[in-house]
Design a protein around this ligand. Structure first.
Ligand SMILES: Nc1ncnc2c1ncn2[C@@H]1O[C@H](COP(=O)(O)OP(=O)(O)OP(=O)(O)O)[C@@H](O)[C@H]1O
Ligand SMILES: [Mg+2]
Length: 487
């Protein structure tokens, strides 16, 4: 009779030999694998990150009690898995998917490996539905598709987190599961984000998976993988659309560099280890849109990267630019000029293009960026030259309206239909002659007017996502009345 051994149940025992900061050298584990979870003593956990001639190298992930040489190390022949399930929505979790929010234990529906496989080419389909971010410049000119990977990149304090967080806030009522993954940011910065979620009732569909700057390096390294696994449960098992924000990958790269230096791996460019490209691409490859046979779910990634003095050619920024499908570039000069969100349209790009947009939107945004760029150039020229022709003055005025129209407050995402209506009013010259300071209140009043007078038109627009002749006619009529009553 053949003897059946279940490898998954096979337990191994080792001993701690030496401790070097977050790395523990272990002896006695002869059958273990890279990436496996190990238990050290009763209360601590780690993951296997390497081997040398004498030891298995274990990165500490959770330290429950001080670790001493001689402590017992146990492991099973299984890859590193975390619990996942419906109950995780609305909770704050750590890098082991454990709740850290006084909400009590969470019932798990399954476990998933943290280094999950990316969907294969055959399992994916082209992106065709828009992931509405609620940020006008993005939705109008650099649209994000469901399943896309769109990088948010910029210097410190340029509004990167705000664009990501607003995209989450904007998913209210849209049946999207959102995950905000905090990597190595200060606890205070995370508190600001969770406060926004409190105020906007975003917790109904959002979870926060966080390893802040005060958490162990191992957790900062693992947290984006764990967050992605939590999202994969919803994408694969629940056939849902998932939106993930990683804030930010720069800190993730730092954590990984520090771990690699501790492990005495040969440092490469900027002291990063040679596999730094691999560890990020392995993550963003897990995003995508699945075909019907796999359930049709999707996972959209919005990784954030911080640059130094706007240098997108730096090692980590250029790596991540090359592995995503576009970037939203946030600029310090624009931010200080008061153009917020400070998105540089010239340096931002969506490689998916406008095919995911509502047809109604696509028709109107073609010339918008060009118009804005021309206005900016004209403005620069006329700053030095006095005496302008009437034509130039008119073009400047129109440009100023576009500029005001594109500005937006933090944490106030705008619905797609409102964006379309605003553009329609602008293109049909209903905003002509409005003073720049009045643009925002006028648009607000105008949208309210249309919605109270002809809610059916707005509903039809949402349903068809197109600007039919009927809708156009109705809107023109309402906008004319609105303009006449306003004067
Ligand atoms: N559209 C906006 N309108 C007004 N204020 C904004 C806007 N976007 C961001 N801000 C403000 O600018 C500040 C910086 O924003 P945010 O934290 O999003 O930037 P960041 O680039 O993520 O910064 P950090 O480098 O610290 O992570 C915040 O105080 C935020 O409220
Ligand atoms: Mg930030």
């Amino acid at each position: 009779m053949a003897l059946k051994i279940n490898l998954l149940k096979l337990k191994e025992y080792g001993r701690v030999a030496e401790i070097r900061q977050d790395v523990v050298n272990v002896t006695g584990l002869t059958n273990c694998m890279y990436g496996q979870l190990v238990k050290i003593g009763e209360a601590s956990k780690g993951t296997i990150v390497g081997f040398d001639a004498d030891y298995v190298l274990v990165l500490l992930v959770k330290q429950g009690a001080p670790i001493k040489p001689g402590d017992a190390v146990t492991t099973t022949m299984d890859d590193f898995r975390v619990p996942v399930g419906d109950g995780f929505v609305g909770r704050r979790l750590n890098a082991l998917a454990e709740p850290v929010d006084n909400g009590g234990p969470i019932r798990e529906d399954a476990t998933l490996p943290i280094f999950g496989k990316a969907p294969s080419v055959l399992e994916r389909v082209p992106l065709e539905e828009v992931m509405a971010t609620g940020t006008k410049i993005v939705d109008m000119m650099k649209p994000v598709g469901k399943g896309q990977r769109m990088l948010i990149i910029g210097d410190r304090m340029t509004g990167k987190t705000t664009v990501g967080v607003d995209a989450i806030v904007n998913q209210r009522g849209k049946h999207v599961i959102c995950i905000y993954c905090c990597i190595g940011k200060a606890e205070a910065a995370l508190a600001k984000v969770t406060e926004v979620f409190d105020q906007t009732h975003a917790w109904d569909y959002t979870m926060v998976v966080a390893a802040t700057a005060s958490d162990p390096m191992g957790q900062q390294y693992l947290v984006p993988y764990v967050a992605t696994s939590l999202g994969e449960y919803f994408m694969y098992t629940k056939q849902r659309d998932v939106l993930m924000v990683f804030d930010d990958f720069t800190k993730h790269a730092w954590a990984y560099r520090q771990i690699s230096l501790l492990l005495e791996r040969a440092p490469g460019r900027d002291a990063y280890p040679g596999d730094i490209f691999y560890i990020h691409s392995q993550l963003v490859e897990r995003a995508g849109k699945l075909n019907q046979a796999r359930g049709g779910g999707s996972m959209t990634h919005l990784p954030i990267v911080e640059t130094q003095q706007g240098d997108v050619a730096g090692y980590i920024p250029s790596n991540i630019i090359s592995m995503t499908d576009g970037q939203i570039y946030m600029s310090t000069p624009l931010f200080s000029e008061g153009f917020k969100p400070a998105i540089d349209m010239g340096l931002s790009v969506s490689r998916i293009g406008n095919k995911v947009q509502w047809p109604a939107m696509r028709k109107m945004t073609g010339m918008l960026q060009l118009e804005f760029v021309r206005y900016k150039e004209l403005e620069k020229l006329t700053r030095i030259k006095a005496g302008m022709s009437a034509d130039v003055e008119k073009r400047l005025k129109r440009g100023r309206v576009v500029e005001e129209l594109l500005k937006q407050d933090a944490n106030h995402p705008i619905d797609m239909e409102d964006q379309v209506l605003t553009l329609f009013a602008f293109q049909n010259k209903f905003l002509e002659g409005v003073e720049p300071v009045d643009v925002k209140p006028t648009i607000e009043r105008m949208l309210k007017y249309i919605k109270t007078q002809r809610a059916d038109l707005v509903d039809a627009l949402i349903k068809t996502q197109r600007m039919t002749d009927e809708i156009k006619e109705g809107l023109n009529e309402q906008l004319t009345r609105f303009r006449d009553t306003a004067v």
